[in-house]
Design a protein around this ligand. Structure first.
Ligand code: AMP
Length: 305
């Protein structure tokens, strides 16, 4: 496993790999690795000749009051885990390497809700100002900027993201399409603890009592999913129940919404594909989770006698 800290060096290696016709799989991370990250790494290993993992705690995607300073950085442990997975390259640049002083660019999606939409679809296509975007101003701009830089540095054939960060994955899919990176974006399932808690580097902040409450987030989401699928309750009743239940268990429900999985717009009526998404505070820790609902397809009526 090669550890690379300079952009130029990474680009040299990538050019060499492309010349030799190797396919590159890329897993961008902020480190503090757990089984969720490792599942992405394992899939990339299966699907590509070479796997590059980046570790970079991106200051651009943290708000001024967020946890940039205390974000866990167990570098030695991370490298040992990646070595065990036989990762080929770890790209771990410094902040100065990624954002040299005096030069600043930002990638943003134009906020169409501030403008008159030309078509109905146009308003619907705005992804960054929904869900987490409402509460973390600048967050997705930071994510988009670092991911665009990393894509240009690593030039992967495939890049791997977790559906755990659903909105992030969708926003990156759109970036890839609209800026023509030509990368295959692979969105992989959420890895959970046996009790259902979605694995997250931020789970390290939780004490055992917080952990117990954090587990309820997925339980409420799955409970709502079952209620919608089996009891045919309507969305507003379901949401009302889930929000009340969640508020009883966590310290703050920042949002709990049922949205269209493509546009991320809140839904009023049940439709075949829906996303339940929540962000909650347990103590000072902000946790997100989501569940996708696909209604079973109605069997076509046949007239065999
Ligand atoms: P992070 O280090 O938190 O930025 O995450 C790096 C990548 O791992 C992102 O694509 C996340 O969506 C993904 N990821 C984080 N947690 C999980 C999980 N529990 N299961 C699957 N993927 C995850």
């Amino acid at each position: 496993m090669k550890l690379i800290t300079f952009i130029q060096k990474m680009q040299q290696e990538v050019r060499r790999l492309h010349r030799r016709g190797k396919t590159i799989g890329f897993v961008p991370t902020m480190g503090a690795h757990h089984e969720g990250h490792l599942s992405l790494v394992r899939t990339s290993k299966k699907e590509n000749d070479v796997t590059v993992v980046s570790i970079f705690v991106n200051p651009l995607q943290f708000g001024p009051k967020e946890d940039l300073k205390k974000y866990p950085r167990p570098v030695k442990k991370d490298l040992a885990l990646l070595r065990k997975e036989k990762v080929d390259f770890v790209f771990m640049p410094s902040g100065e390497e990624m954002y040299p002083e005096g030069r600043q660019w930002i990638i943003d999606e134009i906020n169409q809700s501030n403008q008159e939409p030309v078509t109905r679809n146009q308003r619907q296509s705005n992804l960054t100002n929904q869900l987490c975007g409402k509460f973390r101003p600048g967050h997705f701009q930071g994510v988009l900027t670092v991911v665009a830089k990393l894509f240009n540095i690593v030039r992967p054939d495939r890049a791997y993201f977790g559906v755990k960060d659903y909105q992030q994955a969708k926003v990156i899919e759109r970036l890839n399409q609209d800026l023509n990176f030509g990368i295959e974006i692979r969105i992989m399932p959420t890895v959970r603890d046996p009790d259902g808690l979605a694995m997250s580097s931020r789970n390290q902040y939780l004490n055992p009592e917080d952990c117990r409450r954090a587990r309820m987030i997925s339980q409420v989401l799955f409970g709502l999913k079952v209620a919608l699928l089996t009891k045919r309750i309507d969305l507003s009743k379901g949401l009302e129940w889930a929000r009340r239940e969640m508020a009883r268990l966590v310290d703050q429900v920042q949002y709990l919404e049922i949205v269209d999985p493509e546009t991320l717009q809140p839904l009023e009526k049940i439709q075949p594909e829906m996303l339940l998404a929540a962000a909650c505070y347990v103590g000072k820790t902000r946790l997100i989770d989501n569940v996708i609902i696909s209604l079973p397809k109605k069997k076509p009526i046949t007239n065999h006698q």
